[in-house]
Design a protein around this ligand. Structure first.
Ligand code: AMP
Length: 249
């Protein structure tokens, strides 16, 4: 079985995202970019399945500008066998990414596609679900545990207040949640080895996919600044403030 893993180049999780001054999007100029953290977990899971002998090949896919090659090289340094960059300079919305991934699934015929549960830049949490819908495949989202059987996969999903256990028929789409695993650190020799692994570059047009945006971004703005807190002397003062100032009781 092959596994396709989607890896997005996103703003590094340590960087505070800021809106552009004209509100047309998030500022990306001179901002550190890295692999979306949930996608590292997705790659790690694919590698563990390969190490367990359940998977022959892991293909990492990224959609975005030429710099996404770095993200793919990181996935390959972790252990992915090859990479595919769908190169485009325009920002592609989750539906567009899902359509591109579907086109690659049709071509590569993987038994499993693993994505992150969400990209930490747009927080959409849509791509995996849309891909499963477009393919007509089963989906196990927010996965905290994955066990691949002969023609099924057992997924434990993070849900409010616990875990939900599902058995999905293969082929299937899985999205990785935080507790699924702890991704390995990339070792220097593996970075060198990854440079020699195959990396194909295609465009949305090569895949025959229309990626025109379907959603219009109206405005990106900072959240309202939080007012400082005050200490109250006793419960009576607290209740008075809640009633008269905050007007919440
Ligand atoms: P989202 O629906 O945007 O929150 O993204 C969910 C997941 O879809 C991510 O964690 C990635 O695995 C995948 N994904 C989204 N956008 C891209 C992209 N441009 N390239 C590769 N994978 C992506």
């Amino acid at each position: 079985m092959k596994i396709l893993v989607a890896v997005k180049r996103a703003i590094d999780y340590n960087v505070k995202a800021r809106p552009k001054s004209d509100g047309t999007g998030v500022e990306l100029a001179n901002v550190k970019m890295s692999m979306n953290p949930f996608d590292e977990i997705a790659v790690e899971e694919a590698i563990r399945l390969q190490e367990a002998g359940k998977v022959e090949e892991i293909i990492a896919v990224s959609v975005g500008p030429a710099q996404c090659q770095e993200t793919l090289r990181t996935a390959m340094a972790m252990g992915a066998d090859r990479g595919i960059l769908v190169q485009t300079e325009t920002e592609i919305q989750p539906l567009g990414v899902a359509k591109l991934l579907k086109a690659l699934v049709d071509k590569e015929q993987p038994g499993l596609v693993i994505l992150g549960k969400q990209a930490i830049d747009d927080d959409s949490n849509q791509t995996g679900q849309m891909l499963a819908g477009l393919l007509g495949w089963a989906q196990g989202t927010f996965a905290a545990k994955v066990e691949v059987g002969v023609d099924t996969v057992d997924v434990k999903r993070e849900v409010d207040g616990g875990l939900q256990a599902l058995t999905l028929k293969l082929p299937a789409v899985i999205t990785a949640d935080l507790r699924l695993n702890e991704p390995r650190y990339v070792k220097l020799p593996n970075i060198m080895k990854a440079k020699k692994k195959p990396l194909d570059i295609v465009t949305p047009a090569d895949l025959g996919v229309d990626v025109a945006p379907r959603l219009k971004l109206v405005k990106v703005s900072e959240p309202a600044a939080r007012a400082g807190g005050v200490k109250v002397a006793d419960v009576n003062e607290l209740v008075a403030k809640l009633r008269n100032e905050a007007k919440v009781i």
